[in-house]
Design a protein around this ligand. Structure first.
Ligand SMILES: [Zn+2]
Length: 436
């Protein structure tokens, strides 16, 4: 245990050589008058001893103390150089705990970054808590967050890499839907990076920036069969085993259900899905795994399909999705092959174009799909966890228009950043020790 023999106010404040001159309560906040303990100063220009030239008061917001907001009334010393020929005339003192002209102490800025980055609070929320503007908090997130995401240790020890596209900005009058590619450590669920666009080139560019030793350690690469990512992987990760994982293929099968449902809906009702349409009402239930449906879910699904799907096309697509799930649930590679055969037979005899197209994709990627079982069935948990975290940040950020900020926020939240927060030591003894 470390103990320092410094005045209690200096220790409690914890801002270095700064002491408390007085405390007042202003509108439920604590206002502390503080000053540095320095009494002498030398000129930075010529080294001559400086003369005090009075004080200037600045207000700085600090982190909460004892559950109340705190502001510091810092009586800053001003100094003048005694050497008449020196170019450095006057200056105000600086301390490491408060950046020049800052309205927040460094630890408050760090705390703001932690709340926005790690905890996923919105910038506006934290700005309100600190009584500052949005930009002050965003500056703090950038200032403290950028070095954390740039830390090379964040990307250490990756052996399984996943790549995934996410819609970043919805289409509007000025642009189509904008996409980003996310690179994920699928073993631990770390988001490694986010790059603009969903092309092979975007991912290849990122891979090209990684060290050869880093690339050499990647043994498994999971990808979306729909995208050209495989081309990027071939160049830089030719040694790795390619896997089309559960998550992506089920996602693709779900897209087939959506496509068939929309087409059948249109044929049945003559218009796009509306709230009272039976199929439209079960559009989310259709995508659920059958094991996750409860009795009422089953009943609603069956009723909607009876009315809205007279030819059984949506039902066939739903069945195809369940076979796809079975393919990944298979305990052995032989069982997986059986599921594959069933999938092909089901799609080929269905005479439904969307299903046949899906089977075509599966055929092209059969080897990579079965690799899922060859590599011991890498878990989907981490990838799905990252996807949920990404959704959360997008919701909080309500339409990031700046890719730089979006990337920063995502990586701070689920990029495996080392926040190095000091854990509190356990207080010993269960019962309070009362002084006699
Ligand atoms: Zn001087």
């Amino acid at each position: 245990m470390q103990q320092q023999s410094r005045p209690a106010d200096v220790v409690m404040l914890g801002l270095g050589d700064v002491r408390v001159l007085g405390a007042a309560e202003v509108d439920g906040e604590v206002e502390l008058s503080v000053e540095t303990t320095a009494t002498r100063e030398w000129c930075r220009g010529c080294g001559v001893r400086a003369r005090s030239k009075g004080r200037a008061v600045t207000l700085v917001r600090d982190t909460d103390a004892f559950g109340r907001p705190v502001r510091l009334r810092w009586r800053k010393r001003r100094w003048r150089c005694c050497e008449p020929l020196c170019a450095t005339k006057t200056w105000t003192e600086r301390i490491a705990a408060v950046a020049p002209r800052a309205v927040l102490t460094e630890r408050a800025r760090r705390d703001a970054c932690l709340r926005v980055g790690r905890d996923g609070d919105s910038v506006a929320e934290v700005a309100r808590a600190y009584g500052t503007g949005w930009h002050t908090i965003m500056d703090a997130v950038r200032g403290h967050g950028q070095p954390l995401i740039d830390d090379p240790a964040r990307l250490a020890d990756v052996t399984a890499l996943g790549m995934d596209e996410t819609a970043w900005l919805k289409a509007n009058r000025d642009h189509h839907t904008l996409y980003v590619s996310g690179l994920v450590d699928t073993a631990t669920g770390r988001l490694l990076d986010v790059v603009a666009d969903r092309t092979a080139r975007a991912v290849a560019g990122w891979l090209a920036r990684q060290a050869p030793e880093w690339l050499a350690r990647i043994g498994i690469v999971s990808l979306d069969p729909h995208r050209g990512y495989a081309n990027a992987v071939g160049v830089h990760l030719g040694h790795a085993v390619l896997v089309v994982d559960h998550f992506h293929l089920v996602q693709l099968a779900n897209r087939v259900i959506d496509d068939v449902r929309r087409r059948v809906q249109q044929q049945q009702t003559g218009h796009r899905g509306r709230k009272p349409d039976p199929l439209y009402r079960v559009r989310k239930l259709l995508l659920k795994a059958c094991g996750d449906l409860d009795t009422s879910g089953w009943a609603r699904l069956a009723a909607a399909l009876t009315v809205g799907d007279p030819d059984g096309q949506v039902t066939a697509a739903w069945q195809l999705k369940e076979i796809t799930r079975d393919l990944y649930r298979a305990a052995t590679i032989d069982q997986a092959r059986q599921a594959l055969d069933l999938l092909y037979a089901w799609a080929d005899t269905s005479n439904i174009p969307e299903l046949r197209r899906f089977a075509g994709t599966v055929r092209r990627w059969e080897h990579e799909i079965l690799n899922y079982h060859r590599t011991g069935g890498a878990s989907n948990g981490p990838t799905e966890a990252v996807n949920l975290a990404v959704k959360r940040i997008k919701r909080v950020g309500r339409g990031f228009t700046n890719l730089h900020n979006y990337r920063l926020r995502l990586l701070l939240h689920c990029g495996g950043v080392n926040w190095q927060t000091q854990p509190a030591a356990r207080l010993r003894g269960r019962r309070p020790q009362l002084a006699a």
